[in-house]
Design a binder for this molecule. Sequence first.
Ligand SMILES: [Zn+2]
Length: 147
Amino acid sequence: MTTDWSYAPTRDRLRPGQSPDTAFFWSGCDDHRLLIQRCADCGVLRHPPGPACPVCHSLESDHVEATGRGTLYSFAVHHYPPVQGFDGPAVVGLVELDEGVRMVSNIVGSDPGSLHIGDRVKVFFLDQEEGWSVPQFTVIAPAGATS
Ligand SMILES: [Zn+2]
């Protein structure tokens, strides 16, 4: 597979806001680990992180490390207006991780016109100039391929 990185985002993004519920996620990204919140009582995984389990309403949670692999569930291509930290059209993807939760992230390394629902994707971490990292996904196999 030929990789075209012309759609890769730049390294000067605005840092996302953090809360006590999301701090573990961003700390994991800084260590290049994709962490998913897990209910400490019933074990359900959830993303984005939040204070309470939507299933059993427990306020106790921990996290697990994801494989970083998933499937492109949906996506949109952002063309305008320009956004700091993005160079050219940016693909905003909804990735369904193999663990079963969905995560919004950028899909980079492919011409947006070549993307398809069902493409297999894998996470990588884009280090920002200010010393933090953001998860991004790239296609590793087209939809329908066995991987
Ligand atoms: Zn629960």
